[in-house]
Design a binder for this molecule. Structure first.
Ligand SMILES: [Zn+2]
Length: 251
């Protein structure tokens, strides 16, 4: 994927890590206070672009940690820009971005905590009580080795949880993980429509592979909490074709 910088960077990602453990639906976490409801006259976002070339995932044979970090920063910028630009088309209230603690080392004893619990190894998460997103750098690096779309998927998904946290609970699906996948699809294809993200040959295959192949290896993609591979790909596709509104409970 290629990030086209149409706007100056408004957000700087700081390296850190985390996972999907501390999310909406986790009974150990206090549920957020609903702040925004859907607009009555919210326009549809329309169908996603159809410029994807398809093809096999594009593996990155040789890369540095700096390459991974750059891709992470680009993905954060793309996703935040999308929500910042389009929030008022869908919802009342004002958009606020979650904090980006970013990458951590899952084996670092001083890694991030959420509600007092240390971040899980090979995970990515949105921390509800502290309103931040974070990811294990190794999760990002391993996924990046299979193709850069993985990083965009993870960040768009976790950002989706942050969005859920900002919505009236009536709009948040009980299947919150699949809804986050849907929102990720809506944002990545929406950003493409905006011209801030270019899909390259193989990106779609990388997304599918990321939602399936890595599914049984990391907490982030635990089928018991995130749905199985078919459900996840289907949810992502729903966001691609239906946009943000197509992902909401009342849609
Ligand atoms: Zn999740």
């Amino acid at each position: 994927m290629l990030h086209k910088r149409l706007l100056p960077l408004a957000l700087t990602a700081v390296l850190a890590t985390a996972g999907c453990t501390f999310q909406i639906g986790d009974p150990s976490i206090v549920q957020p206070t609903p702040s925004s409801s859907i607009k009555q006259d919210a326009p549809q976002t329309g169908d996603g672009p159809t410029t994807e070339q398809g093809g096999v995932p594009t593996a990155n044979d040789s890369f540095s940690d700096a390459d991974v970090t750059k891709e992470i920063n680009d993905a954060v910028d793309v996703v935040n820009t999308y929500w910042s630009t389009h929030w008022s088309e869908f919802f009342t209230g004002t958009y606020t971005a979650p904090r980006v603690l970013g990458a951590y080392n899952g084996s670092d004893p001083n890694r991030f905590t959420c509600g007092g619990e240390p971040a899980l190894e090979m995970n990515a998460y949105f921390c509800i009580p502290e309103d931040y997103v974070a990811w294990d750098f190794n999760l990002m690096r391993d996924g990046y080795a299979e193709g850069d779309a993985w990083i965009y998927l993870v960040i768009a998904h976790e950002w989706g949880h942050a969005i859920q946290h900002r919505l009236d609970t009536s709009l948040v699906s009980a299947a919150s993980e699949l809804q986050a996948d849907c929102l990720a699809g809506a944002v990545l294809y929406g950003a493409t429509k905006d011209g801030t993200l270019l899909w390259e040959a193989g990106d779609t295959a990388e997304i599918s592979a990321g939602l399936t192949k890595l599914g049984d290896e990391t907490p982030w993609t635990d089928p018991s909490s995130h749905g199985d591979a078919i459900e996840r790909v289907s949810a992502f596709g729903k966001g691609r074709t239906g946009g943000v509104l197509g992902c909401l409970n009342s849609a």
